[in-house]
Design a binder for this molecule. Structure first.
Ligand code: NIG
Ligand code: FE
Length: 412
């Protein structure tokens, strides 16, 4: 079945041939084709062009014509960093922070990730599956067309496997593609505080072989930061994952300069994420690497910490991706339209830079750039149709308002 979308005010990310990612000044050149049409066939994009050149022969009998009536079409968002499988929200810590505690102080008291892990240990696979399905459907309705989901609230052999099996089950029913990352090294469980080596041994010798055997993960992640895992521990865990074919994605430099970016570049990680603490040395290292720096501005927003130096990174020639970090502790929202706004408002990214970062570069950061991230013939027909708007800048500008009219996923 062919569908022809006509009278599109602006078709964003329209690229006949898409590069794998955009870097530096290329990001702001993410194209916008004005007054356009778009043709899809079943789940794929077939062609696009300008309305003034639309040939009548395209409107054949078996073509469904959709009048977009002055709305825009944007590539759907990809969200390459989430923790959306979790057992319980943590609004108590939100109030603790209002009352003056920091994220790290809450973590040291056994709150934070350890709190989520404790509740998850006693939550059934079915319950985790049901609540995560609701979150998935919510983000899909907000324009997310592919999502990465991490484990990391298990922190025991049984519970980490339980989380990954839930993610595997979600892959089966999800309207949008999912990539799974194994994040056993999210925190040191309390009972291993004086014997970190034993927990790391469990990750490497007990969790990884089963994960590889059952094909439960696409990537491996470590929280490399002050109070969590050191650079040396991070490299050991990631190298062990590499032996099983798992490429790295790292939580790096959120709380301090802790070598996470260095580890990522050295081990050719697909992405290094967070990066609130990024200096000249880290920027130099990332240049010329295949590792995608991925920024999570809603975490800095929600925790009230410093934002990463996005402007400096782009001006130095780096490409950037954006993600929601959807999780119960530091970013309890997976709303990518808000991430687009935050990136503009707080990271000083230009609207098209931030759109490229949350579509094509975000797809790259989860290994989906051949399938998604731009309006390109052959890619999946997964995109957002908006209400009419004065310009594309209106969308990140009007933060919090509902400008999405419809989300098309694989042509549906
Ligand atoms: O990406 N930084 C580490 N992990 C999560 C937070 C998880 C939590 O607080 O539950 C993050 O922000
Ligand atoms: Fe995270």
């Amino acid at each position: 079945m062919r569908t022809l979308y006509i009278k599109i005010a602006g078709l964003a990310g329209a690229l006949r041939e898409a590069p794998n990612r955009l870097v530096g000044s290329e990001m702001n050149d993410f194209p916008l084709l004005e007054s356009a049409w778009l043709m899809t066939e079943n789940e794929r994009i077939v062609d696009f062009g300008e309305m003034k050149n639309l040939e009548i022969k395209l409107i054949q009998e078996d073509v469904e014509v959709v009048d977009v009536a002055g709305g825009f079409i944007l590539p759907g968002f990809c969200d390459p960093h989430t923790h959306m499988v979790f057992a319980k929200t943590r609004e108590g810590e939100f109030v603790d922070r209002i009352n003056g505690l920091t994220y790290e102080e809450i973590a040291e008291k056994g709150g934070g990730i350890l709190n989520s892990a404790q509740v998850l240990q006693n939550t059934s696979e079915e319950d985790l599956f049901v609540s995560a399905t609701e979150r998935l459907n919510e983000v899909a309705s907000l324009g997310t067309v592919a999502v990465e989901i991490k484990s990391g609230y298990g922190l025991s052999v049984a519970a980490e496997l339980k989380m990954l099996r839930v993610i595997q089950a979600l892959k089966e029913i999800s309207p949008i593609p999912i990539k799974a990352s194994f994040l056993g090294a999210h925190a040191i469980p309390t009972q291993f505080k004086t014997n970190r080596e034993e927990y790391i041994r469990q990750i490497i010798e007990e969790m990884l072989p089963v994960i590889a055997d059952e094909n439960l993960a696409d990537y491996i992640d470590v929280f490399c930061d002050r109070g969590f895992f050191t650079q040396d521990e991070t490299e050991r865990i990631l190298l062990a994952g590499k032996k099983y074919g798992l490429r790295a994605k790292i939580h790096a430099n959120e709380l301090d300069f802790t070598g996470g970016i260095q580890a990522g570049v050295k081990l050719n990680a697909l992405s290094v994420d967070h990066l609130e603490c990024t200096g000249d040395e880290e920027i130099e290292l990332l240049k010329g690497s295949e590792t995608m720096p991925t920024l999570l501005p809603s975490t800095a927003f929600f925790l009230g910490i410093n934002y990463p130096p996005a402007r400096k990174m782009i001006d130095a020639g780096l490409g950037l991706a954006l993600a929601s970090d959807y999780n119960p502790g530091s970013s309890p929202s997976g709303r990518m339209p808000f991430i687009w706004s935050l990136a503009c408002i707080k990271l000083k990214m230009r609207p098209m830079e931030a759109l490229a970062a949350s579509t094509l570069n975000a797809a790259y950061a989860m290994g989906m750039e051949k399938e998604l991230g731009s309006i390109t013939p052959g890619k999946r027909a997964s995109f957002i149709i908006t209400y009419p708007a004065p310009s594309i800048h209106y969308f990140p500008y009007s933060f919090g308002s509902d400008w999405i009219r419809q989300v098309v996923i694989d042509g549906n």
